[in-house]
Design a protein. Structure first.
Length: 422
C-alpha cells in the first residue's frame, strides 16, 4: 500500500441540491407562509454557522444542520436555571420531557462559560471590525513594525501590537483597540514614517505536502499504532470488505484523533454543549468578556454571535441526546472535546445518525466501542468519496480534508497509514 506515501494539496467542496417545484406549489406555499407570519407575528431565524475546525481532535467530521423550532419557546417546568429555556427548546424538537428533566437536573451538571467565552474571543479576534484592524496594521507598518496587512487579527498582528505597546510604555495586551488606533495616529503626525506604497506582503510559502504532526509520526509513535492495528487487524479487514476503505487509513485517523482511544477529551461532551447552548443568552458570559465588550457595536456583535453559536450547540446537543437515549447509553458519561466531538474518531453528534454503524451487531451504536468506531469511520470515508483502488492522490487528500480541514492533518494521516500498512 505504498500509495499512502504521496502528498498533494486537497480541496473542500460543498454541494447544494435544489429541488424544483411547480409554479402552483410555489404560489400555494407563499399563501400559506404569508398567513402564518400574519397570524403568529413570528419571523424565521437565520441558520447558524457551525464552529471553525480546530485541527486534530477538534470538531470532528462535518457540521450540524440547524433545527431551530419556529415560534416562541416555553421553558420546561421543573428544570432549574439556567437550563429551563434550553430544555423547552429541546422538548419542542421532539426529545422526551422526562429524560430532559432528569438530564438537566443532574447534580453533576453545572454551567461552564468556557466553551462560549473561548469561541467568542476567537471570533472577535478573527472577524470583528476588520476596518479597525487593517488601519492599525497599516499604521504599525508605517511606524516600522513588520506584519501582514490583511484586516484580520492573528499572531503576527498581536506580536506587532505587543512590541509597540512595550516600546511606548503601554499595557501589553496584544489587542487591537480604538485607544491603540488613536495612539498610533498621534505618533504618525510627529515622527518619520514609512510610506504605505512601499509595503509588500510577506512571501507566503506553498503548503507543505510532507509536514506532519511529529507527536503522531515519529518512529516510536508509529510503532505503537502499528501494534494497535495488527492486534485489531481482523476488525479492520472486516471493515475493508464492507466499505472498501483501507484499514491503515482508519487506524491512522483513530491514532491522531484520540491516541487510539487513550484520550477522548477532558470535557463531558453533553455538558459542554449544554453550557454553550444556554449561553445563547449572552448575559451568562458577558462578565467574562468585559475587557472586549466596551461599546454598543461590540455588544451587538457579541450578542448576535452568542445566539448563533448557542443555536448550533443546541442542535448538536439534541443530536447527542437522541443518539444516547436511542442506544441505551448515558449521555452524561461521554468524554469529548470542548465542542462535543466524541468517540475514537471524534464524531460531531449531528453526524452520528448519518454515518455511525453498529459494527459488532450488538443492537446499538457505541462510538466508544472499537469495532463500532472502526466501521463508522470507514463508512464516513466511503460516503465521502473514498474508492479503491484510488490512484489519484489529489482525490485521496480531498476525502480526508472533509474529515479535518488541515493540510498537515492530511499529511499525517497518509504518512502514518503508509508506515503501518503491511
Amino acid at each position: 500500500m505504498t500509495y499512502f506515501r504521496f502528498f498533494n494539496p486537497g480541496g473542500f467542496f460543498v454541494r447544494k441540491i435544489f429541488v424544483a417545484e411547480s409554479v402552483l406549489a410555489r404560489l400555494a406555499m407563499v399563501v400559506v407562509l404569508t398567513a402564518a407570519v400574519f397570524l403568529s407575528g413570528c419571523a424565521g431565524k437565520k441558520a447558524p454557522e457551525g464552529p471553525i475546525g480546530t485541527g486534530p481532535g477538534g470538531t470532528g467530521p462535518g457540521q450540524a444542520v440547524p433545527m431551530v423550532p419556529s415560534g416562541p419557546i416555553a421553558e420546561l417546568r421543573g428544570v432549574r436555571a439556567p437550563w429551563a429555556k434550553l430544555a423547552g427548546r429541546l422538548r419542542a424538537m421532539g426529545l422526551p420531557e422526562q429524560n430532559l428533566v432528569a438530564f438537566f437536573n443532574s447534580p453533576e451538571l453545572s454551567f461552564n462559560s468556557s466553551p462560549m467565552v473561548t469561541k467568542l474571543k476567537e471570533l472577535f479576534g478573527i472577524f470583528y471590525r476588520s476596518d479597525l484592524t487593517k488601519g492599525v496594521q497599516e499604521k504599525l507598518y508605517q511606524l516600522g513594525y513588520d506584519l501582514l496587512i490583511d484586516g484580520r487579527g492573528g499572531p503576527g498582528t498581536a506580536k506587532a501590537v505587543r512590541s509597540f505597546q512595550s516600546d511606548h510604555g503601554m499595557a501589553v495586551t496584544g489587542r487591537v483597540s480604538d485607544d491603540l488606533d488613536r495612539r498610533l495616529s498621534v505618533l504618525l503626525n510627529v515622527g518619520k514614517v514609512r510610506d504605505l506604497s512601499e509595503y509588500k506582503p510577506p512571501a507566503v510559502s506553498a503548503p507543505s505536502r510532507s509536514a506532519t504532526y511529529s507527536q503522531f509520526s515519529n518512529p516510536s509513535a508509529v510503532s505503537k499504532i502499528r501494534n494497535h492495528y495488527l492486534a485489531d487487524k481482523a476488525i479492520f479487514d472486516a471493515m475493508e470488505r464492507v466499505y472498501n476503505v483501507p484499514g491503515p487509513l482508519v487506524a491512522s485517523i483513530m491514532w491522531i484523533e484520540t491516541g487510539y482511544g487513550n484520550f477522548f477529551g477532558k470535557a463531558k461532551a453533553a455538558y459542554s454543549l449544554a453550557s454553550m447552548a444556554a449561553a445563547a443568552d449572552y448575559g451568562l458570559v458577558a462578565p467574562e468578556l468585559a475587557s472586549l465588550d466596551t461599546d454598543s457595536e461590540t455588544r451587538a456583535f457579541m450578542v448576535e454571535t452568542a445566539q448563533k453559536r448557542g443555536d448550533w450547540a443546541a442542535d448538536e446537543l439534541a443530536a447527542l441526546l437522541r443518539y444516547a437515549w436511542q442506544n441505551r447509553l448515558d449521555p452524561a458519561q461521554f468524554p469529548g472535546s470542548i465542542y462535543g466531538a466524541i468517540g475514537y474518531g471524534q464524531f460531531m453528534p449531528s453526524n452520528i445518525a448519518k454515518f455511525a454503524v453498529d459494527g459488532n451487531s450488538d443492537g446499538r451504536i457505541d462510538l466508544f466501542d472499537k469495532t463500532d468506531a472502526i466501521f463508522s469511520i470507514g463508512r464516513y470515508l466511503r460516503d465521502s468519496g473514498w474508492r479503491e483502488p484510488m490512484v489519484n492522490q489529489e482525490e485521496r487528500r480531498k476525502v480526508i480534508m472533509l474529515y479535518n480541514r488541515s493540510g498537515t492533518y492530511v499529511n499525517t494521516v497518509l504518512y502514518v497509514a503508509g508506515a503501518i500498512a503491511p
